[in-house]
Design a protein around this ligand. Structure first.
Ligand code: BGC
Length: 755
């Protein structure tokens, strides 16, 4: 299809019309030219295809579908191949349901445990988020169905989500909030990008030319269309000019008319409208030309896949005395309503109408299980009778498993949590059960960290996150050892909310949310501070043990144009087969800018039989060592030594090697009269330019003395003198050097320094 020719045949009104939806979920058709409508659907962890009354917050019904684990869980798998398979399955369902685009993945950074949508987001870490998003996109798009990576950008809170301005400095944006989008765009070219509701540094994302055009298209090379989040458009004409192609949902023709008027009034270049239409139609036809509506959608098979994925996402946080796995022949108490009716997905636009849900109780059929409800999640209450019944069940059992976590109202799209606590009634229940049964296990269903006041009194904790509709069988398989847990925390669990770096200003004041902690998000902050955590980023136990050894680097010294290969040997030293996640962190040993102690730059999941060893290799390029330099507005590596660390978590580093990286980029330097000597003397070129002046400088600033007579032969090196000199600006020569330096001479010095 020659899209450009097609666009040239459209009237201005038709073109403007194509720039918004026909209804909640369809793009518009233009029948006279054979342009079809196309349908999109939420996402991200399954289909929420609405056929009748539409409602974007999950308020109206949608077709029965399969709910896979939410991103909070899939991130914990640290398994690209697994999430790619999930994407393939969702892509198949889209083909079956004639959907051109699934609205996901959602890659906003988990800045605070409080964000209501954390369950839908992957991680506090941009590298992990980007790689998992890319794997998902790869899977979906391998089926010739598009994705819509969202919400672009810096949309890490729900509070005032449609008006708040995320105030984020340049370096923080580049290092924390943009890289996941960047990785996905550069590696997988998502068919569409969804801009977020919020403003970014004062400008709505939906009309932000820097974000939508400069960065997304010019820098990263994005080729698809940008769609607004549902209702994110404020000024439609500014949006077209900025690079927002498709407004969703329909705007009743109001904004389309504004586009027409703006073009007619000479306020908007018609070529920008053409461009938006071309981008939209490219994708519409890409889908149409590859549509395979006869693709089968085997929901049963996907239910099984959902269980397999969920099991590999679970994170064993604690396992004292190797209480887990449980033995099938033992009497076990399953306590808590979530055992029967698990919480496995969150509220809002990602809410799926599951064709089936299997809880742990149902999945444990045939085992010796005694169930007690313990609490009511909907009422958020535990009666004395419920607790008594639970205690009785626990007392009679070999081990007690309490299924707990956050009820629906605690976390959802649309609003943020007010605290990080679990329901009081559930905390009480856990304490009561643990008091009578020393073998108490807690299984958690939540999308984000919770406080665990009872942690010392239970022997095991299994974090299931929001594990999708088949979370029940997955949990039972892990609890009873059929699956060896291999998930790792994609976020740090602080002991209390107050420890989180955004605690003092999260949510913002009025419509301004300042991201004041800057780059120090998650473990980047906790590790720098040495904060004691409940569980660190990357943590997760197994029923076997692994040894990481023999870290080899391909070179001891490289330049920032080279790449480095790090190879490590991983051995299963225990008695069971299992998977582990090898995490590679890079840390700058010494830096002139503030940097985290370490940052994740590689990860790999590997499956090993008992006694088996494998070598894993990671390739690191410039980006692995670089920080965003705001002077050159680019990634920059500061020459020096870097630690390459292989760890089990950000707090459990097993092996370390060092590499020296030499920068090939010289940062531009400019001096003026306010430049201080410390900076000048740090620059060898400036020092040589100053050489003729050194005598004068010594006479002025250093105590007189014969022993320094030959000072002009060398750069200033006397430590004390230098320390005194360090913070003096060049202009102080005028104040302290008397006649020796006059303004004309200062100009000459500056000219020499800047030459
Ligand atoms: C959400 C998006 C979603 C859209 C359509 C919005 O409220 O922020 O994530 O894709 O609705 O349902």
């Amino acid at each position: 299809m020659d899209i450009k020719t097609l666009v040239s045949k459209l009237t201005l009104e038709e073109k403007a019309g194509l720039c918004s939806g026909a209804d909640f979920w369809h793009t518009k058709a233009v029948e006279r030219l054979g342009i079809p409508a196309s349908m999109v659907s939420d996402g991200p962890h399954g289909l929420r295809k609405q056929v009748e009354e539409a409602g974007h917050l999950g308020t109206n019904g949608s077709i029965p579908a399969v709910c896979f684990p939410a991103a909070s869980a899939t991130a914990a798998s640290f398994d690209r191949e697994l999430i790619c398979r999930m994407g393939e399955a969702i892509g198949d369902s889209c083909q079956h349901e004639k959907l051109s685009v699934v609205l996901g993945p959602a890659v906003n950074i988990k800045r605070s445990p409080l964000c209501g949508r954390n369950f839908e987001y992957f991680s506090e870490d941009p590298f992990l988020t980007g790689k998992m998003a890319a794997a998902f996109i790869h899977g979906v798009q391998s089926r010739n169905v598009g994705t819509s990576i969202k919400h672009f950008a810096a949309n890490s809170q729900e509070h005032r989500r449609m008006s708040s301005s995320s105030e984020v400095d340049e370096r923080t944006l580049r290092e924390i909030y943009l890289p996941a989008f960047e990785t996905a765009v550069k590696e997988e070219q998502p068919w569409t990008v969804m801009c977020s509701y919020n403003r970014l540094n004062g400008v709505y994302a939906s009309e932000n030319p820097w974000l939508l055009t400069e960065v997304l298209r010019k820098e990263w090379g994005f080729e698809g269309y940008v769609v607004s989040d549902w209702g994110a458009v404020s000024d439609r004409v500014a949006g077209v000019a900025a690079g927002l192609d498709l407004e969703m949902p329909a705007s009743g023709g109001f904004n389309d008319r504004k586009i027409v008027e703006a073009v007619r009034a000479g306020k908007l270049d018609e070529r920008l409208v053409d461009q938006a239409v071309e981008r939209i139609l490219n994708i519409v036809f890409r889908y149409v030309e590859n549509a395979k509506p006869d693709t089968p959608w085997d929901k049963e098979a996907q239910h099984r896949l959902a269980a397999e994925i969920a099991a590999d996402c679970m994170v064993l946080l604690k396992n004292e005395d190797e209480l887990l796995p449980l033995r099938r022949e033992d009497e076990i108490a399953f306590i808590g309503e979530f055992a029967a009716k698990p919480r496995f997905q969150g509220g809002g636009s990602s809410h799926i109408n599951c064709f089936r849900t299997t809880g742990a109780l149902e999945a444990a059929e045939g085992l010796k299980i005694r169930y007690a409800q313990g609490y009511s999640a909907a009422q958020d209450r535990a009666t004395d009778e419920q607790i008594a019944e639970a205690v009785a069940a626990a007392r009679a059992a070999k081990a007690a498993v309490v299924f707990a976590g956050l009820p629906d109202v605690y976390e959802s799209e649309g609003y943020d949590r007010a605290h990080m606590r679990m329901p009081d009634c559930q905390n009480r229940l856990i304490e009561a059960v643990a008091a009578v049964n020393p073998n108490t296990v807690v299984v958690l269903h939540n999308g984000s960290p919770v406080e665990m006041p009872w942690l010392d009194r239970v022997k095991a904790v299994l974090e299931a996150y929001l594990g999708g509709q088949a979370v029940g069988p997955a949990t039972v398989r892990v609890l009873f050892g059929e699956v060896n847990p291999s998930g790792r925390l994609p976020e740090s669990f602080p002991k209390k909310l107050e420890d989180n770096p955004s605690y003092l200003f999260y949510g913002g004041e009025g419509n301004t949310a300042e991201y004041r902690e800057g780059i120090f998000v998650g473990y980047r902050y906790y590790d720098r501070k040495g904060t004691e955590l409940l569980f660190p980023f990357g943590h997760g136990l197994s029923y076997t043990s692994f040894d990481f050894s023999k870290l080899r680097l391909s070179a001891g010294r490289i330049t920032d144009r080279d790449s480095l290969t790090a190879t490590v040997t991983v051995t299963n030293t225990g008695k069971r087969a299992g998977k582990t996640v090898v995490q590679l962190y890079v840390g700058d040993c010494e830096s002139s800018v503030f940097r985290p102690v370490r940052e994740l730059k590689g990860f790999e999941k590997v499956s090993l039989q008992p006694g088996e060893s494998k070598d894993l290799s990671f390739t690191l390029d410039k980006r692995a060592f670089a920080y965003w330099n705001t002077q050159i507005h680019d990634w920059h590596v500061e020459s020096g030594e870097f630690r390459i660390e292989i760890g089990r978590s950000s707090r459990d580093i097993a092996v370390v090697e060092k590499v020296y990286v030499q920068s090939t980029v010289e940062l531009p330097r400019h001096y003026d009269k306010d430049s201080i000597f410390m900076d000048i003397l740090d620059d060898p070129r400036a020092v040589s330019a100053l050489k003729p002046l050194l005598d004068t400088l010594r006479e002025v600033f250093l105590p007189a003395g014969g022993e320094q007579a030959d000072a002009s032969q060398e750069a200033i090196s006397d430590e004390m003198g230098l320390a005194m000199l360090h913070y003096m600006p060049l202009r102080s020569l005028l104040s302290f050097a008397g006649e020796k330096v006059d303004p004309a001479m200062l100009e000459q010095i500056l000219a020499a320094l800047n030459s």
